[in-house]
Design a protein around this ligand. Structure first.
Ligand SMILES: Cc1cc2nc3c(=O)[nH]c(=O)nc-3n(C[C@H](O)[C@H](O)[C@H](O)COP(=O)(O)OP(=O)(O)OC[C@H]3O[C@@H](n4cnc5c(N)ncnc54)[C@H](O)[C@@H]3O)c2cc1C
Length: 388
């Protein structure tokens, strides 16, 4: 439970992306604590604003499925409570996964059983059924596909701005262009953060710095296994495959995905050869490979042309699941990062669940799979699939 401070703030959140904003919003909604959110640049301009906004329940880990379900529920509430119904749309057009090889297909079928057990409305489709529904897809090399109509996407920047509005209405102090440069720790307890604008004390500091979470943890003397990994996406000029709306389609083994974006398509290739680091920019060699894979799967895409592209950073952990909760080395220092490419969709649930844990000392969601200690105790762990 949080100890109230006489001066300064009760809780400081480092990072003004979707995770920090969601945490601040749910903490403020459930308490009268003095909350500050510090962002080194501007709100939601980093991974959040650069994200594809995909929300899926087709995960292979039950905890990730539950986080997605809870997030979808919270986003629907948020839209009505704060969004005036107009602010962001949730395009529930579905996610269609396409699988080629038999061994990957058998894993997908196991995942479908798990997902259906958790009430995810996912269907198994044969190549012929896929071809019938989406005739522009090449299906002769597929083992099958899975489709969940409740999956989809939304605009991540707009969602972040709705959370920011909710935070301001609830008197959260949001300081942009305020980088945390030092974290003061005394007797293994967090005391304050230091910014160019001065020292701000708090009894709880939460590291929601996304791909920078490792650097922020190092300011408190802690080594976190979170590394940045660049991801590139491209958008076509207006172009139609002749059918609307389309699901977000993932050619799983080729690491290629696409969805509608305005009057064209957003295309992504999650390059398995990308090396960790704070890289930015796009590479034409990747666009060439993407074009080859995309036109194999959707031959008519050869007629589309690329309008623009951008890159952003994933915050990767060794098992591709986030680290959530307190860090045992420094009392009062928590982390919510390492979402490994699915943090937009899990942020609403994580903000709600972690705020319960902080304020009431308990939550009815099992955070076991996301505890920091799993990396201290275990030698290996299974990776969650790294697609949008
Ligand atoms: C191309 C791409 C596509 C993606 N598609 C999807 C998708 O479809 N679905 C999905 O769920 N996820 C997706 N993601 C992942 C998703 O964007 C991230 O998991 C999510 O945005 C993480 O949010 P965050 O708040 O942790 O990080 P961020 O949005 O990066 O926010 C962290 C903030 O911390 C700030 N910060 C860092 N250091 C400091 C400091 N010292 N002091 C103060 N502030 C600091 C940064 O400036 C930044 O604004 C995608 C990511 C990319 C790059």
């Amino acid at each position: 439970m949080i100890r109230k401070q006489d001066e300064g703030f009760d809780i400081i959140i480092i990072g003004g992306g979707i995770v920090g904003l969601s945490l601040a919003y749910y903490l403020a909604a459930k308490s009268d604590l003095r909350l500050a959110l510090l962002e080194k640049d501007l709100l939601a301009q980093a991974s959040t604003g650069l994200s594809v906004g995909g929300i899926r329940q087709q995960f292979s880990h039950p905890a990730n499925i539950r986080l997605s379900q809870h997030s979808l529920h919270l986003l629907n509430i948020l839209r009505y409570q704060l969004g005036n119904q107009e602010s962001f749309l949730i395009h529930q057009v579905g996610y269609l996964f396409l699988v080629q090889s038999d061994n990957v297909w058998s894993t997908f079928l196991e995942n479908v059983a798990l997902q259906q057990n958790l009430q995810v409305p996912v269907e198994v489709l044969s190549p012929a059924q896929i071809k019938k529904q989406w005739p522009f897809l090449r299906t002769d090399d597929l083992a099958g596909g899975t489709f969940c109509s409740a999956d989809g996407y939304t605009d991540p920047y707009q969602v972040a701005m709705v959370y920011a509005r909710g935070c301001r209405q609830q008197k959260v102090v949001i300081l942009e262009q305020t980088p945390v440069e030092k974290i003061e720790v005394e007797a293994q307890r967090v005391q304050a953060v230091i910014t160019p604008q001065g020292r701000l004390s708090a009894s709880l500091v939460i590291n929601a710095a996304g791909a920078w979470a490792g650097e922020v943890a190092a300011l408190a003397g802690i080594k976190l296994p979170i590394t940045p990994l660049r991801r590139q996406v491209f958008v076509t000029h207006p172009f139609r495959l002749g059918q609307q709306p389309l699901p977000l389609i993932i050619d799983f083994e080729n690491h290629f995905y696409f969805r509608e974006e305005g009057l064209g398509y957003l295309l992504g290739l999650s390059d398995p050869a990308e090396s960790p680091g704070f890289k930015s920019g796009i590479e034409l060699s990747l666009l060439e490979r993407l074009t080859e894979i995309a036109t194999h799967r959707v031959p008519t895409l050869a007629q589309a042309s690329i309008a623009r592209g951008w890159s952003g950073l994933y915050a990767m952990t060794p098992d591709e699941n986030p680290i959530l909760g307190p860090l045992p080395e420094v009392e009062g220092f928590w982390v919510a990062s390492g979402f490994s490419g699915h943090g937009f969709q899990h942020a609403p649930a994580v903000g709600d669940i972690l705020s319960d844990l902080i304020l009431y000392g308990e939550t009815n969601f099992d955070l076991g799979p996301y505890r920091y200690q799993r990396f201290q105790n275990s030698t290996s762990s299974k990776g969650e699939e790294r697609t949008v």
